[in-house]
Design a protein around this ligand. Sequence first.
Ligand code: PLP
Length: 450
Amino acid sequence: NPDTSSVMKLSLAYLTLTLLGSTSAFFHPSPIALPTSLYSATETTSGVERNGNFAKLAGGYLFPEIGRRRNAYLEKNPDANIISLGIGDTTQPIPPNILKGLLDGVSKLGVKETYSGYGAEQGMAPLREQISDVLYEGRISPDEVFVSDGAKCDIQRLQNMFGSKVRSAVQDPSYPVYVDTSVMMGQTGELDESTKQYDNISYMECNAENGFFPDLENSERADVVYLCSPNNPTGVAATREQLENAVKICKERGSILVFDAAYAPFIRSPGVPKSIFEIEGAKDCAIEVNSFSKYAGFTGVRLGWTVIPSQLKFKDGTPVKQDFNRVMTTSFNGASNIVQAGGMACLSPEGMKEITTLIDYYLENAKILSDTFTGMGYDVYGGTDAPYIFVGLKGASSWDTFSDILEKAEVVTIPGAGFGPGGEGYLRLSAFAPRDSVIEACERLKKVFS
Ligand code: PLP
């Protein structure tokens, strides 16, 4: 081990040097006791203190952890034929009209007259206009749209803007990025091992009893409230009444509502809002993050956007948009021009039709999964307005069930507990797999668990 040997060499050097002056060197038992100047010269560490907030993070980020367990199983069982209903990643190819948009974006770069370099950090004006017109029907204006490389990155950028002093509230269970970025930013204390909750985050319980929507009235005030609808992981979409109530409470309390609508195009139930800006008063208190990832299979292409209403202000009167604009102009150089051309194609009439067909396919998968678990006697939630189903495990542990299903059916799922302590007792299944894999997975699950 070269690391150990270099430390040993330095230890020896230090021992020899200090022996010349003092016998106390004998009591330096390990390299840890070396003076900083010598220690920093080793190959094993730099002299930079680790950011303590990262040390607070529990384990790895959820999805790589699932991948690690899957690979560990594969190592032991190299012939296994694993089906993944785990991570919510799209599997169907990008439809032709949208693909053409991407290809046109590439071609433009090869011609002098249409070549473009750096673009506006906030996104191309025509795309911002189309997002405003097509997806928000003019409820928000183009200059309130910030085009980006995805919703996950925007959540981190919002955190960057909010800084370390805010207190956040999250649905429990929730998409792990809200909590983990809060920890990284230094907004939280340590993880309480007994509750699995970080100090200084408000965990708003979501379970079958409350329709997987938090009781905001009885939750403590937070500066920033994260709501996701349709929800990852529960697959449940919030009703108009629930969102009206959320906006009312956030306004009364002076909280900023960060609304994650990444799964909006999956909403099929009539009357269910696809955007927080369908709710009156939301422009006074809400930000919406959104993404083309699940609209059009852009998970690898990378394109999203965030809407910050001009009238939303911090306590001192500064428009939130102004500070977010500063984040974007300082640390982001605009989404890829190729990808933005693809975004334009998504929002054309042909592109929108293709998106509907694509999403219908995944929703049919969700129905197959849902029917399978219902047929086996489980309570199943979500799946009608979202690509996820959330299965109640009748009191069983979610990590144990995850392992059981992996070992007996060779199907990867996600334990509800991976999304926060409130997810214990549930399992999330993703409908993004190809149809034949979904059918095969259901057959295996029925064989093993019926
Ligand atoms: N928000 C939610 C709720 C998600 O589930 C995901 C991805 O799974 C994202 C955001 C990330 O979106 P993007 O691919 O645009 O970063």
